[in-house]
Design a protein around this ligand. Structure first.
Ligand code: NI
Length: 166
């Protein structure tokens, strides 16, 4: 288990498409363990594999107060969605950006766990929104792609400045 580096915008690797997992083996278990460690270290609620430079359809979420309930979704697919709402989102890969996104607030999802067992679940509220945000990462889509060019230009300048100061 290890805390991995989280790629940050505008790293082009974040815009790549992630492939479905085909073989559930030790390597996948390792990626899942690293994702959970990295998620908990960053005190966030969701993280997807492409954010740690693994372009496969694996995401983890933990909505508990004490980081005790990590949930793993491999090859997740949304079967049904409803109740649109405008939701404020952030992303570990786009530090400093907070923006509203139109999302379904109830989703029915089918996925596999780390061992390759299929399951179905209904998510509502923040977990539903978070799942859709992480799914966007599999398509190489970031919050930074959802804002207008003027905000994006300001964001890039701010991130560049922060990196130079670091
Ligand atoms: Ni994100």
């Amino acid at each position: 288990m290890a805390i991995r580096e989280i790629l940050e915008y505008p790293d082009p690797r974040l815009n790549a498409i992630s492939a479905p997992v085909e073989t559930f083996d030790e390597r996948i278990e390792q990626v899942v363990a690293d994702l959970v460690d990295t998620l908990h270290a960053s005190r966030s609620i969701g993280l997807s594999a492409p954010q740690i430079d693994v372009r496969e359809q694996i995401l983890v979420m933990d909505h508990s107060d004490d980081q005790s309930e990590p949930e793993v979704f491999v090859n997740p697919q949304i079967l049904a969605r409803s109740r649109l709402g405008l939701v404020e989102e952030r992303c570990l890969s786009v530090p400093g950006l907070v923006t509203n996104v139109l999302r379904s607030t109830v989703v029915q999802v089918r996925a596999f766990d780390a061992a390759g067992t299929a399951f179905e679940r209904e998510l509502s509220g923040m977990p539903a929104v978070c799942l859709q945000h992480e799914l966007d990462h599999f398509d190489g889509k970031l919050l930074a792609d959802r804002i207008n060019w003027f905000r994006r230009r300001r964001l890039r300048a701010a991130l560049e400045k922060a990196r130079k100061a670091a």
